[in-house]
Design a protein around this ligand. Structure first.
Ligand code: GLC
Ligand code: CA
Length: 551
């Protein structure tokens, strides 16, 4: 199959289905709601959708605990609604990516139910261990969500491994039968017409032989023993050879801890096994490794992450660009400023949309949705949040602990999309499954549709521009003023076309040093976020951004 690498020209929109749009009034987002909004997504200039999981699931991790890989959950509308959405998307020239979650299943999946009873061929589908003498756990690994990574199963009389929630047992990918299942799942969706996969924590699927203790990591103990494990490239190559190579599809791997050099082993265009990677470094400018260890936002850290990936992948592999997804709090509340909400929302958009790669926009990001800040900690739903809350920062005051959740919880970005200023933000005519952010009367799609100067319309313009300028697809990337802690400035250059993106992250006026080699008298200002009569060539207003073009 000739791979056209169509994704290099795409801009994706991520749907986290529960909170996108409820089409049947039961309070839960669904595919009827998605169907209604296909034209809206298209109107942004997006030509692809990534669906967070929409399969049947008990919902212990909002769909990332799957109990049937070859169906669509009834609460989302079932297979019938999905076929409609898929067809509707394709008719509009939009591709569809499914979330492939195969590091683990739900404990309610039939495979697990049979495995715990040692019914063949499922006995070794999961990672079972008897435990160590003295009633000790099989090893010292932590789960990413809920305490230790092992839970005792009464039925089988053994421990099973779960790198995430207790209800998410890890599959044993070393078992060739499990890999056959993965290939069957891939084929099933690709044959239906799906255009590719976002592969959930895929770098975790191969665990170190013998599951040895980890003496390296103080938290997330065990990660060095299963992230980028011994057979990872072999298994991914097998999926590629047996399935993915036979379709003109796009694969995107989520990789919680990865550096560009290591990423190239996966995504090098010559001999990689997948097309692009979701790296987490761009998410670590205000925390250490995880949102739960917050630090002060550092623009330099953000720039370093962006530039490093741009430089290292150039001519060798393709970047995936993002600022938000369902696993992190809202970006304006983190890297921008709620006070300069509109300005910083636009600057953040410009900071990533003109880099080389395939950008993703997470639902609500395009209208500048902000972190949800509930008044009480027991309003949170997310399994990771609830565990963390109960077990960390116990020495802080209740208010401090609550505020830490505001800035670290995944629920901060999981509230329903704010469509208009009617009840429930127009998300549902019923009782929403989750809280709606109180600010929906000020921040919503309807209001921003009507305002040419809105964040929403800025996203539209920026996406339209990136699609119309070949320098964004092909040009060289170069960062300027690297050591400046308030400005992010980068150039994109190719023969005959040059772009300069200037973003201020300062909350006051800031001097713009003169960049050498750019003659502003010959430039065209193609995008900015202040009115033209406020413009001063070498002074930037708070969170001002400008994009200049030379042709
Ligand atoms: C990924 C998903 C996250 C999920 C986890 C376990 O990180 O993005 O939402 O909880 O994997 O599947
Ligand atoms: Ca519904």
């Amino acid at each position: 199959m000739n791979k056209t690498r169509w994704y290099k020209d795409s801009v994706f929109y991520q749907i986290w289905p529960r909170s996108f749009k409820d089409g049947n009034g039961d309070g839960m987002g669904d595919l009827y709601g998605v169907y209604e909004k296909l034209d809206y997504i298209k109107s942004l200039g997006c030509d692809g959708i990534w669906f967070s999981p929409i399969y049947p699931s008990p919902g212990a991790d909002c769909g990332y605990d799957i109990s049937d890989y070859m169906d669509i959950a009834p609460e989302f509308g079932g297979m019938e609604a999905f076929r409609l959405v898929l067809e509707g998307a394709h008719q509009r020239g939009m591709k569809v990516l499914m979330d492939l979650v195969v590091n683990h299943t739900s404990d309610e999946h039939e495979w697990f139910q049979k495995s715990r009873r040692r019914i063949e061929p499922y006995t070794d589908y999961y990672i079972w261990r008897p435990g160590k003498p003295g009633g000790k756990l099989p090893n010292n690994w932590d789960s990413n969500f809920e305490g230790k990574a092992w839970t005792w199963d009464e039925v089988r009389g053994e421990y099973y491994l779960h790198l995430f929630a207790v209800k998410q047992p890890d599959l044993n990918m070393d078992n060739p039968l499990v890999r056959e299942e993965v290939k069957r799942i891939m084929k099933f969706w690709l044959d239906m017409g799906v255009d590719g996969f976002r592969e959930d924590v895929i770098t975790y699927i191969s665990k170190a032989e013998g599951l040895p203790d980890d003496h390296l990591f103080p938290i997330y103990k065990g990660m060095p023993k299963y992230n980028h494990g011994p057979h990872i490239h072999e298994y991914l190559a097998e999926f590629k050879r047996d399935v993915l190579d036979h379709y003109d599809c796009f694969t995107l791997a989520e990789a919680p801890l990865v550096w560009p050099d290591q990423a190239l082993k996966y995504i090098d265009e010559e001999n990689g096994q997948i097309d692009a990677m979701i790296q987490f470094q761009c998410q670590c400018a205000d925390c250490l490794f995880t949102d739960y260890i917050p630090t002060k936002f550092s623009l330099k850290r953000m720039k370093r992450a962006f530039s490093n990936w741009q430089y290292k992948l150039r001519h060798r592999a393709w970047n995936m660009l993002y600022l938000e997804n369902h696993d992190h709090p809202r970006i304006i509340s983190r890297y921008g400023s709620e006070k300069f909400w509109k300005e910083s929302g636009k600057t953040l958009a410009a900071s990533y949309l003109f880099q080389q790669g395939t950008p993703f926009v997470y639902q609500g990001q395009e209208i500048g949705m902000l972190n949800w800040k509930p008044e009480s900690a027991d309003m949170y739903e997310d399994v990771q949040t609830c565990y963390n809350y109960a077990h960390s920062a116990l020495n802080k005051t209740p208010q401090q602990r609550l505020e830490r959740l505001w800035r670290s919880s995944r629920d901060s970005a999981r509230t329903p999309v704010q469509w208009d200023s009617s009840e429930n933000a127009g998300f549902s005519t019923g009782e929403p499954w989750f809280y709606v952010n109180q600010n929906y009367r000020e921040i919503n799609v309807a209001q921003q549709e009507a305002d040419p100067d809105s964040i929403l319309n800025f996203y539209r313009k920026a996406i339209h521009l990136r699609k119309s300028l070949s320098v964004v697809r092909h040009g060289n990337y170069r960062e300027l003023f690297r050591y400046n802690s308030k400005l992010y400035v980068y150039a994109r250059e190719m023969k005959g076309q040059k772009l300069l993106v200037i973003c201020s992250f300062s909350n006051r006026d800031h001097i713009l040093p003169t960049p050498t080699g750019f003659d502003f008298s010959k430039a065209q200002l193609i995008l900015n976020n202040y009115s033209d009569d406020e413009l001063q060539l070498n002074v930037l207003k708070p969170y001002e951004c400008r994009v200049y073009l030379w042709t």
